[in-house]
Design a protein around this ligand. Structure first.
Ligand SMILES: [Cu+2]
Length: 345
């Protein structure tokens, strides 16, 4: 009978029936033959809970460790020695590694918010554990009936507001950092179409071409299914690339995670963003706006090459994508100046 109490129903103490007492007494004997049941039961559950918590912690650590594996180069292009980012990697969780300044800024902001979340979660966990232990029934048989505390209510309103302000300031800075290209070295038009990408280079001879995924049956060794394309978007490494996006038919989204670029392509509107790939390499992305039946058909392959290689490619591309009469292919979008003038400021 040690540790048994009269059960409470709705805050009113009731006398237990004889049958109920008998059941409870048997349970106490099973749990604890020495009569010290309550403490032993709590100890066992505590051990189980802490074991689960530790297991979860180790799993989380292992996942974080695996996420670092994404830093390893993967895949690649036939004949290329560049590393590539954006291809799936085993156990790849977390953000893709940064290939340029925009993504680095995203990483910094993500780390800040992560640690704020860790601090809040740890605080709530400690608070819960303290309340569960300190105010358990055996240690606190007569609970307080406090229902109002002005100071605590002000604190739990003001502190979250302050936390949100701390998050909001760098968040807005990041949004404006990504928003406009300052000192752009090159401008590229990106047009989303059902279902392929159309790239134009108004600064380099105004040529344009389409980019489509390589069909499964045509994949060469090293090419990636559903990511490699026939005509990649070639850019000079280390240069600020202004991207002006438009949509031809429906809303698509130009998304290359490792470069920190994601912009909708909206019919009838031009949006601006920018990115820079600090090193030569291949960076994969995909349209990440559900845009119709063949949405999956819109992978993005950005090929960052040294400046000299880029100029050589431009010279080739001007001939390759020229019309039959020798003039450059018409660019579907307006000129850069017209598009910039139309941007909302
Ligand atoms: Cu799309």
């Amino acid at each position: 009978m040690v540790g048994l109490r009269a059960p409470r129903f709705g805050g009113v103490a009731c006398r237990p029936s004889a049958a109920r007492l008998e059941i409870a007494t048997r349970a106490a004997r099973v749990v604890c033959p020495d009569g010290n049941g309550k403490r032993r039961v709590i100890g066992r559950w505590f051990a189980k809970a802490s074991g689960l918590a530790l297991g979860g912690l180790f799993s989380a650590c292992s996942l974080v460790g695996q996420a670092l594996a994404q830093n390893a180069p993967s895949g690649g292009i036939v004949g290329e020695t560049h590393s590539s980012i954006g291809a799936p990697t085993p156990w790849g969780v977390g953000l893709q590694p940064a290939a340029g300044p925009v993504k680095e800024a995203i990483h910094d902001f993500n780390t800040l918010v992560l640690w704020i979340i860790v601090a809040i979660t740890a605080f709530v966990l400690v608070l819960l554990a303290y309340v569960v232990f300190r105010f358990r029934e055996s240690a606190n048989p007569t609970p307080s009936r406090t229902s109002h505390n002005t100071m605590i209510e002000i604190a739990w309103t003001v502190v979250p507001v302050l936390i949100l302000v701390v998050i909001a300031i760098p968040s807005f800075r990041l949004i404006y950092f990504q928003d406009r290209a300052r000192d752009a070295d090159i401008t590229i038009n990106v047009q989303g179409r059902q279902w392929y990408w159309h790239y134009a280079y108004p600064d380099n001879g105004n040529f344009a071409f389409d980019s489509r995924p390589v069909p499964d049956e045509d994949l060469q060794p090293g090419q990636l299914r559903n990511l490699s394309v026939d005509e990649p978007l070639v850019i000079p490494a280390g240069k600020n690339v202004r991207v002006l996006t438009t949509g031809q038919d429906v809303i698509h989204s130009f998304f290359v995670p490792s470069l920190g670029v994601q912009k909708y392509t909206i019919p009838g509107r031009t949006l601006e963003t920018w990115f820079r790939a600090d090193h030569p390499g291949t960076y994969y992305g995909q349209c990440n706006q559900i845009c119709g039946t063949n949405h999956w058909f819109m992978p993005i392959q950005v090929q960052a090459v040294p400046e000299a290689e880029f100029q050589a490619w431009v010279a080739e591309a001007q001939k390759k994508y020229a019309q039959a009469d020798g003039r450059p292919a018409p660019v579907a979008a307006a000129t850069v100046a017209q598009q910039m003038a139309a941007l909302p400021r």
